[in-house]
Design a protein around this ligand. Structure first.
Ligand code: A5A
Ligand code: ZN
Length: 480
């Protein structure tokens, strides 16, 4: 029955937007009925998922010398408005606190839309000499952005609840540049752990982070063919250091402004995980982050009830090894349990029926493939662990395969325009490197330029706009 269901027209792609909302609800990830637009409630199961994802990020950052801190939510207007470009980029999106009780505040307070302007005045106090550098910190906080595009749970929020932002300061431009590349490696590892495929680009000047010298971005692809920006890395140069006075003393006694970077992700990475591994049944979570990795379901046979006892023991044995296991002993039909846990994206199900009890085995069903097989109780723990690892790998491979299939090389405006008006995907085109050609490409094709592709060597081809020989590749897509 379930295989049959899987064979049907892929509803999760054709009706993606509804599929996504339904999936978040069926899997009990977030509640979307909170009465303020763009604000959502994390449900217990969703929060467990969120915390697993964050644990991976924290470990990656801490292993590479970043220390976690917490800065205040409120930023006084005068500090917020110091960096001119930054404020130009954000002023339409800022929520302001104007009152304390009945009193009008002397200085308005911004709810942080990101934290450069609260963190960097502190950097200015802390950084004294070259010995204080590099300084690498991060925080995981909520931020507020008055988004005017359509809000969507986990994707575009007005209160982003899971904003991980890292901020670094360095002595030289080379060190800052190296940190940007280190951040690229951190994010690659992070998304590989989630099995989320990505393209990395250098954003065009008109899409650079407000106040940055340049921005790199990771984009993934939603099942409807639109891209989703899931992380950014910015080289801030000395722009902020100059307005906030972040200086250090060199060995020769002279003073120099620091060179800075920052990089961020949000709960969008959880949306990306859901999107990367969905199907018509709902989500499938990679075992590495699944709140529950294994559900154990006894299959009672007539009056024989000992399957439940055996199943419970098996669940206990697995749990004792550190696996996240749920034993479902409810007095309802097994079919209903299967249905429910498939929709929670639990990657592995163990069924224990009379035949299994007699044969000293468990029947195992993979959520990602629907494949059913038997594991002997003698090798239960190692076999289950091996299976979970295999699922992680297979899910990542499958997601990357589908991503690559939706990335096309095209060289003519007409073709690109056609691609953008159908199920877009990502188009890779030759590019001369001129900003104007990028802009014109957007206007003529209806797509958005993601930017110049990183880590991609182009040979041959000519710019679809000016016909000059291509220097690199540009990526174009319909974006979220
Ligand atoms: N200070 C830097 C790191 C910064 O704010 N960069 S950013 O504006 O690009 O945001 C970082 C990431 O947060 C984005 O790549 C995007 O994935 C996510 N993000 C931004 N606004 C969001 C929103 N309204 N809802 C959900 N995620 C958002
Ligand atoms: Zn050109």
């Amino acid at each position: 029955m379930h295989t049959g269901e899987r064979m049907k027209r892929e509803r999760w792609k054709s009706g993606f937007s509804e599929w996504f909302d339904e999936t978040l609800w069926n899997a009990k990830i977030v509640e979307t009925r909170y009465p303020v637009k763009g604000l959502y409630v994390w449900l217990p199961y969703g929060l467990k998922l969120r915390n697993r994802v964050l644990a991976i990020m924290r470990e990656l950052l801490e292993k590479r010398g970043h220390e976690e801190m917490l800065f205040p939510l409120l930023i006084p207007e005068n500090l917020f408005k110091k960096e001119a470009e930054h404020i130009r980029g954000f002023e339409e999106q800022v929520y302001w606190v104007t009152h304390g009780g009945k009193d009008r505040l002397d200085v308005k307070l911004a709810l942080r839309p990101t934290s450069e302007t609260s963190i960097y005045p502190m950097f200015a106090l802390w950084i004294r000499s070259h010995a204080d550098l590099p300084l690498k910190v991060f925080q995981v906080v909520n931020i507020f952005r008055y988004e005017t595009k359509m809000t969507k749970p986990l994707v575009r929020l007005r209160e982003v609840t899971t904003f991980k932002e890292a901020h670094t300061a360095h002595a030289t431009p080379e060190d800052a540049e190296a940190q940007v590349m280190a951040a690229v490696e951190i994010y690659k590892k992070f998304f590989d752990e989630l099995g989320v495929p990505y393209a990395i680009t250098k954003r065009p000047p008109w899409d650079t982070f407000a106040g940055a010298v340049y921005s790199l971005a990771f984009d993934t692809l939603a099942p409807d063919g639109r891209t989703l920006q899931i992380g950014t890395i910015h080289n801030l140069g000395q722009n902020f250091a100059k307005v906030y006075g972040i200086k250090y003393e060199r060995e020769d006694g002279s003073h120099e402004h620091v060179h800075q970077t920052c990089y961020g992700i949000s709960e969008r990475v959880i949306a990306a995980t859901v999107m990367a591994h969905g199907d018509d049944l709902g989500p499938c979570f990679p075992p590495k982050v699944a709140p529950v990795q294994i559900v154990v379901v006894p299959i009672p046979f007539k009056k024989e009830r000992n399957t439940e006892e055996v199943a419970r023991k098996i669940a206990e044995e697995l749990k004792a090894t550190g696996l996240r296991v749920h034993f479902d002993g409810r007095d309802i039909r097994p079919g209903r349990k299967f249905y429910e846990w498939e929709r929670h994206g639990i990657p592995l199900r163990l069924e224990i029926g009379p035949k299994d009890v007699n044969g000293g085995q468990v029947t195992t069903v993979r959520r990602d493939t629907g494949k059913r097989f038997v594991i002997s109780l003698r090798t239960l723990v190692p076999d289950v662990k091996k299976t979970l690892e295999q699922i992680n790998e297979d899910m990542r491979d499958k997601a990357w395969k589908s991503f690559s299939e939706n990335m096309r090389e095209l060289g003519e405006i007409k073709e690109i325009k056609k691609a953008m008006s159908t199920r877009a995907g990502i188009v890779r085109a030759p590019w001369c490197g001129k900003e104007d050609c990028g802009k014109e490409l957007e206007e003529k094709t209806g797509g958005s330029v993601l930017g110049e592709e990183l880590h991609h060597k182009r040979t041959g081809g000519e710019c679809p706009v000016c016909s000059e020989p291509a220097k690199s590749s540009i990526l174009i897509a319909k974006t979220y």
